[in-house]
Write a protein that binds this ligand. Structure first.
Ligand SMILES: NC(=O)c1ccc[n+]([C@@H]2O[C@H](COP(=O)([O-])OP(=O)(O)OC[C@H]3O[C@@H](n4cnc5c(N)ncnc54)[C@H](O)[C@@H]3O)[C@@H](O)[C@H]2O)c1
Length: 259
Protein backbone atom coordinates (compact mmCIF):
# COMPACT_ATOMS: atom_id res chain seq x y z
CA UNK A 1 0.00 0.00 0.00
CA UNK A 2 1.34 3.45 -0.91
CA UNK A 3 1.88 6.08 1.78
CA UNK A 4 -0.95 8.20 0.36
CA UNK A 5 -3.25 5.17 0.37
CA UNK A 6 -2.39 4.37 3.97
CA UNK A 7 -3.65 7.82 4.95
CA UNK A 8 -6.51 8.50 2.57
CA UNK A 9 -7.88 5.15 1.45
CA UNK A 10 -11.54 4.59 2.31
CA UNK A 11 -11.39 0.89 1.44
CA UNK A 12 -14.08 -0.99 3.36
CA UNK A 13 -15.98 2.17 4.32
CA UNK A 14 -19.57 2.91 3.43
CA UNK A 15 -20.39 6.56 2.89
CA UNK A 16 -23.92 7.97 2.71
CA UNK A 17 -23.95 11.15 0.64
CA UNK A 18 -27.21 12.97 1.27
CA UNK A 19 -27.74 15.44 -1.55
CA UNK A 20 -25.53 13.30 -3.80
CA UNK A 21 -28.10 13.90 -6.54
CA UNK A 22 -26.90 17.51 -6.68
CA UNK A 23 -23.90 19.22 -8.24
CA UNK A 24 -21.45 19.54 -5.33
CA UNK A 25 -22.24 16.37 -3.39
CA UNK A 26 -22.52 14.32 -6.59
CA UNK A 27 -18.94 15.26 -7.43
CA UNK A 28 -17.90 14.57 -3.83
CA UNK A 29 -19.55 11.14 -4.11
CA UNK A 30 -17.43 10.34 -7.17
CA UNK A 31 -14.30 11.48 -5.32
CA UNK A 32 -15.14 9.32 -2.30
CA UNK A 33 -15.57 6.36 -4.60
CA UNK A 34 -12.17 6.98 -6.21
CA UNK A 35 -10.74 6.68 -2.68
CA UNK A 36 -12.47 3.25 -2.71
CA UNK A 37 -15.46 3.89 -0.46
CA UNK A 38 -18.76 2.27 -1.25
CA UNK A 39 -21.06 5.22 -1.88
CA UNK A 40 -24.77 5.54 -1.21
CA UNK A 41 -26.20 8.43 -3.20
CA UNK A 42 -29.22 9.78 -1.36
CA UNK A 43 -31.82 12.15 -2.75
CA UNK A 44 -35.36 12.46 -4.00
CA UNK A 45 -34.77 11.84 -7.67
CA UNK A 46 -33.16 8.61 -8.87
CA UNK A 47 -32.70 9.95 -12.41
CA UNK A 48 -30.27 12.55 -11.10
CA UNK A 49 -28.14 9.81 -9.50
CA UNK A 50 -27.92 7.61 -12.59
CA UNK A 51 -25.02 9.36 -14.34
CA UNK A 52 -23.04 9.54 -11.07
CA UNK A 53 -23.54 5.83 -10.44
CA UNK A 54 -22.59 5.03 -14.04
CA UNK A 55 -19.38 7.10 -13.69
CA UNK A 56 -18.52 5.36 -10.41
CA UNK A 57 -19.16 1.89 -11.83
CA UNK A 58 -17.20 2.72 -15.01
CA UNK A 59 -14.17 3.46 -12.87
CA UNK A 60 -14.56 0.21 -10.92
CA UNK A 61 -16.31 1.64 -7.85
CA UNK A 62 -19.46 0.59 -6.03
CA UNK A 63 -22.48 2.85 -5.57
CA UNK A 64 -26.23 2.69 -5.29
CA UNK A 65 -29.12 5.12 -4.95
CA UNK A 66 -31.57 5.40 -2.06
CA UNK A 67 -34.52 7.74 -2.03
CA UNK A 68 -35.08 9.88 1.05
CA UNK A 69 -36.69 13.18 1.95
CA UNK A 70 -34.50 14.72 4.63
CA UNK A 71 -37.35 16.81 5.97
CA UNK A 72 -39.05 13.64 7.23
CA UNK A 73 -37.59 11.78 10.20
CA UNK A 74 -39.19 8.46 9.22
CA UNK A 75 -37.57 8.77 5.80
CA UNK A 76 -34.13 9.21 7.42
CA UNK A 77 -34.74 6.25 9.72
CA UNK A 78 -35.75 4.06 6.76
CA UNK A 79 -32.68 5.28 4.89
CA UNK A 80 -30.33 4.09 7.63
CA UNK A 81 -32.17 0.76 7.91
CA UNK A 82 -31.83 0.24 4.15
CA UNK A 83 -28.11 1.15 4.14
CA UNK A 84 -27.48 -1.40 6.89
CA UNK A 85 -29.52 -3.96 4.97
CA UNK A 86 -27.61 -3.39 1.72
CA UNK A 87 -24.10 -2.56 2.99
CA UNK A 88 -24.06 -4.08 6.46
CA UNK A 89 -23.02 -0.77 8.02
CA UNK A 90 -22.36 2.93 7.51
CA UNK A 91 -19.15 4.77 8.48
CA UNK A 92 -19.37 8.25 7.01
CA UNK A 93 -22.31 10.61 6.59
CA UNK A 94 -22.25 13.63 4.29
CA UNK A 95 -25.12 16.01 5.03
CA UNK A 96 -25.40 18.00 1.82
CA UNK A 97 -29.06 18.48 0.88
CA UNK A 98 -29.84 22.16 0.60
CA UNK A 99 -32.22 24.69 -0.90
CA UNK A 100 -32.08 28.45 -1.31
CA UNK A 101 -34.19 31.47 -2.18
CA UNK A 102 -33.48 35.15 -2.76
CA UNK A 103 -36.82 36.56 -1.59
CA UNK A 104 -36.37 40.06 -0.09
CA UNK A 105 -36.39 39.86 3.71
CA UNK A 106 -39.68 41.68 4.33
CA UNK A 107 -41.45 39.48 1.79
CA UNK A 108 -40.28 36.01 2.92
CA UNK A 109 -43.47 33.98 3.45
CA UNK A 110 -43.58 31.80 6.54
CA UNK A 111 -43.99 28.64 4.42
CA UNK A 112 -40.82 29.48 2.46
CA UNK A 113 -38.87 30.07 5.66
CA UNK A 114 -40.15 26.76 7.09
CA UNK A 115 -39.20 24.81 3.96
CA UNK A 116 -35.64 26.17 3.84
CA UNK A 117 -35.22 25.73 7.59
CA UNK A 118 -36.54 22.15 7.48
CA UNK A 119 -34.23 21.20 4.60
CA UNK A 120 -31.05 23.03 5.58
CA UNK A 121 -31.08 23.00 9.40
CA UNK A 122 -33.66 20.69 10.92
CA UNK A 123 -32.70 17.89 8.53
CA UNK A 124 -29.05 18.12 9.62
CA UNK A 125 -30.18 18.01 13.27
CA UNK A 126 -32.41 14.98 12.70
CA UNK A 127 -29.94 13.15 10.47
CA UNK A 128 -27.19 13.61 13.06
CA UNK A 129 -29.60 12.28 15.70
CA UNK A 130 -30.54 9.18 13.71
CA UNK A 131 -27.06 8.33 12.37
CA UNK A 132 -25.32 9.54 15.55
CA UNK A 133 -27.36 7.16 17.70
CA UNK A 134 -26.40 4.30 15.37
CA UNK A 135 -22.68 5.24 15.32
CA UNK A 136 -22.50 5.52 19.12
CA UNK A 137 -24.48 2.35 19.82
CA UNK A 138 -22.24 0.33 17.50
CA UNK A 139 -18.92 1.95 18.51
CA UNK A 140 -18.24 3.05 14.96
CA UNK A 141 -15.32 5.46 14.42
CA UNK A 142 -17.50 7.59 12.23
CA UNK A 143 -17.13 10.88 10.43
CA UNK A 144 -20.01 13.26 9.86
CA UNK A 145 -19.38 15.95 7.28
CA UNK A 146 -22.00 18.67 7.40
CA UNK A 147 -22.06 21.01 4.43
CA UNK A 148 -22.25 24.56 5.69
CA UNK A 149 -21.75 27.70 3.66
CA UNK A 150 -19.66 30.84 3.61
CA UNK A 151 -22.98 32.62 4.18
CA UNK A 152 -23.30 30.80 7.51
CA UNK A 153 -20.12 32.56 8.66
CA UNK A 154 -20.33 35.93 6.91
CA UNK A 155 -24.05 36.76 6.44
CA UNK A 156 -24.78 37.11 2.74
CA UNK A 157 -27.17 39.75 1.41
CA UNK A 158 -30.39 38.63 -0.36
CA UNK A 159 -30.33 35.06 1.00
CA UNK A 160 -31.51 35.77 4.53
CA UNK A 161 -33.14 32.47 5.38
CA UNK A 162 -30.41 30.43 3.73
CA UNK A 163 -27.63 32.26 5.64
CA UNK A 164 -29.43 31.80 8.94
CA UNK A 165 -30.08 28.10 8.35
CA UNK A 166 -26.45 27.49 7.40
CA UNK A 167 -25.20 29.30 10.53
CA UNK A 168 -27.19 26.70 12.46
CA UNK A 169 -25.32 23.92 10.63
CA UNK A 170 -21.97 25.36 11.70
CA UNK A 171 -23.25 25.57 15.26
CA UNK A 172 -24.59 22.01 15.55
CA UNK A 173 -21.39 20.57 14.02
CA UNK A 174 -19.25 22.11 16.75
CA UNK A 175 -21.74 21.22 19.45
CA UNK A 176 -21.83 17.55 18.45
CA UNK A 177 -18.07 17.47 17.90
CA UNK A 178 -17.63 18.33 21.58
CA UNK A 179 -20.38 15.97 22.66
CA UNK A 180 -19.08 12.87 20.86
CA UNK A 181 -15.30 13.48 20.80
CA UNK A 182 -14.47 10.77 23.33
CA UNK A 183 -16.67 8.21 21.61
CA UNK A 184 -14.86 8.44 18.29
CA UNK A 185 -17.54 10.18 16.26
CA UNK A 186 -16.06 13.21 14.53
CA UNK A 187 -18.24 16.03 13.22
CA UNK A 188 -16.81 18.65 10.87
CA UNK A 189 -18.11 21.26 8.46
CA UNK A 190 -17.17 21.69 4.84
CA UNK A 191 -17.64 25.31 3.85
CA UNK A 192 -17.95 25.96 0.12
CA UNK A 193 -17.67 29.51 -1.18
CA UNK A 194 -19.39 30.10 -4.53
CA UNK A 195 -19.97 27.19 -6.91
CA UNK A 196 -22.58 27.42 -9.69
CA UNK A 197 -25.24 24.75 -9.08
CA UNK A 198 -28.98 24.19 -9.41
CA UNK A 199 -29.99 25.64 -6.05
CA UNK A 200 -28.23 28.99 -6.62
CA UNK A 201 -28.72 29.45 -10.38
CA UNK A 202 -31.56 31.95 -9.89
CA UNK A 203 -29.61 33.80 -7.21
CA UNK A 204 -26.55 34.30 -9.44
CA UNK A 205 -27.73 37.31 -11.45
CA UNK A 206 -25.24 39.36 -13.51
CA UNK A 207 -24.76 42.07 -10.87
CA UNK A 208 -24.48 39.41 -8.18
CA UNK A 209 -21.74 37.58 -10.09
CA UNK A 210 -19.81 40.86 -10.53
CA UNK A 211 -20.09 41.51 -6.83
CA UNK A 212 -18.90 37.98 -5.93
CA UNK A 213 -15.92 38.27 -8.25
CA UNK A 214 -15.03 41.63 -6.72
CA UNK A 215 -14.88 39.89 -3.36
CA UNK A 216 -13.05 36.72 -4.43
CA UNK A 217 -9.25 37.08 -4.59
CA UNK A 218 -8.99 34.17 -7.04
CA UNK A 219 -11.54 35.96 -9.26
CA UNK A 220 -13.50 32.87 -10.25
CA UNK A 221 -16.13 30.42 -9.09
CA UNK A 222 -15.10 27.15 -7.54
CA UNK A 223 -15.30 23.89 -9.46
CA UNK A 224 -17.07 21.12 -7.55
CA UNK A 225 -13.96 18.91 -8.01
CA UNK A 226 -12.14 21.35 -5.74
CA UNK A 227 -14.20 20.12 -2.78
CA UNK A 228 -12.96 16.55 -3.06
CA UNK A 229 -9.64 17.05 -1.22
CA UNK A 230 -11.28 18.47 1.90
CA UNK A 231 -14.02 15.82 1.76
CA UNK A 232 -11.51 12.97 1.66
CA UNK A 233 -9.55 14.57 4.49
CA UNK A 234 -12.62 14.73 6.75
CA UNK A 235 -13.83 11.27 5.71
CA UNK A 236 -10.53 9.51 6.37
CA UNK A 237 -10.11 8.21 9.89
CA UNK A 238 -6.32 8.43 9.51
CA UNK A 239 -5.92 11.77 7.74
CA UNK A 240 -8.13 13.69 10.17
CA UNK A 241 -8.00 11.47 13.28
CA UNK A 242 -7.45 14.49 15.60
CA UNK A 243 -9.84 16.79 13.76
CA UNK A 244 -13.37 17.42 15.02
CA UNK A 245 -15.47 20.58 15.15
CA UNK A 246 -13.33 22.00 12.36
CA UNK A 247 -14.37 23.97 9.32
CA UNK A 248 -12.58 23.81 6.01
CA UNK A 249 -13.32 26.80 3.85
CA UNK A 250 -13.02 26.24 0.09
CA UNK A 251 -13.72 29.67 -1.32
CA UNK A 252 -10.91 31.08 -3.48
CA UNK A 253 -9.98 33.40 -0.61
CA UNK A 254 -13.46 34.98 -0.21
CA UNK A 255 -13.36 34.82 3.61
CA UNK A 256 -9.96 36.55 3.66
CA UNK A 257 -11.01 39.49 1.51
CA UNK A 258 -11.25 42.79 3.31
CA UNK A 259 -10.64 45.62 0.83
N1 LIG B 1 -23.25 25.82 -4.80
C1 LIG B 1 -22.72 26.65 -3.90
O1 LIG B 1 -22.14 27.69 -4.24
C2 LIG B 1 -22.80 26.32 -2.44
C3 LIG B 1 -22.11 27.14 -1.56
C4 LIG B 1 -22.16 26.85 -0.20
C5 LIG B 1 -22.86 25.75 0.24
N2 LIG B 1 -23.53 24.97 -0.65
C6 LIG B 1 -24.25 23.82 -0.10
O2 LIG B 1 -23.78 22.64 -0.73
C7 LIG B 1 -24.82 21.65 -0.72
C8 LIG B 1 -25.01 21.13 -2.12
O3 LIG B 1 -25.57 22.15 -2.91
P1 LIG B 1 -25.41 22.30 -4.49
O4 LIG B 1 -24.92 23.66 -4.75
O5 LIG B 1 -24.70 21.13 -5.07
O6 LIG B 1 -26.94 22.31 -4.93
P2 LIG B 1 -27.83 21.26 -5.71
O7 LIG B 1 -29.16 21.90 -5.82
O8 LIG B 1 -27.16 20.85 -6.97
O9 LIG B 1 -27.88 20.02 -4.71
C9 LIG B 1 -28.71 19.97 -3.58
C10 LIG B 1 -29.35 18.61 -3.53
O10 LIG B 1 -30.15 18.51 -2.36
C11 LIG B 1 -31.30 17.77 -2.69
N3 LIG B 1 -32.40 18.04 -1.78
C12 LIG B 1 -33.06 19.21 -1.58
N4 LIG B 1 -34.05 19.03 -0.70
C13 LIG B 1 -34.04 17.71 -0.32
C14 LIG B 1 -34.82 16.92 0.54
N5 LIG B 1 -35.87 17.42 1.22
N6 LIG B 1 -34.50 15.61 0.68
C15 LIG B 1 -33.47 15.07 0.00
N7 LIG B 1 -32.69 15.77 -0.85
C16 LIG B 1 -32.98 17.08 -1.02
C17 LIG B 1 -31.66 18.28 -4.10
O11 LIG B 1 -32.54 17.40 -4.76
C18 LIG B 1 -30.28 18.34 -4.74
O12 LIG B 1 -29.95 17.11 -5.34
C19 LIG B 1 -26.05 22.36 -0.14
O13 LIG B 1 -26.15 22.09 1.23
C20 LIG B 1 -25.74 23.82 -0.36
O14 LIG B 1 -26.44 24.66 0.53
C21 LIG B 1 -23.51 25.22 -1.98
Amino acid sequence: MSYIDSIFSLEGKTVAVIGGTGELCGTMAEGLSKARAEVVIVGRNEDKAKSRIANIEDSGGKAYFLEADVTKKDSIESLLTEIIKQSGKCDVLVNGAGINSATPFLEVPEEEFDKIFETNSKAVFVTCQVFGKYFLKNNISASIINVGSMSGIIPLSRVFTYSMTKAAVHNISKNLAREWAKQGVRVNTLVPGFFPAEQNRKVLTEDRVASIMGHTPMQRFGDSEELIGATLFFASEKASSFVTGAEIVVDGGYASMTI
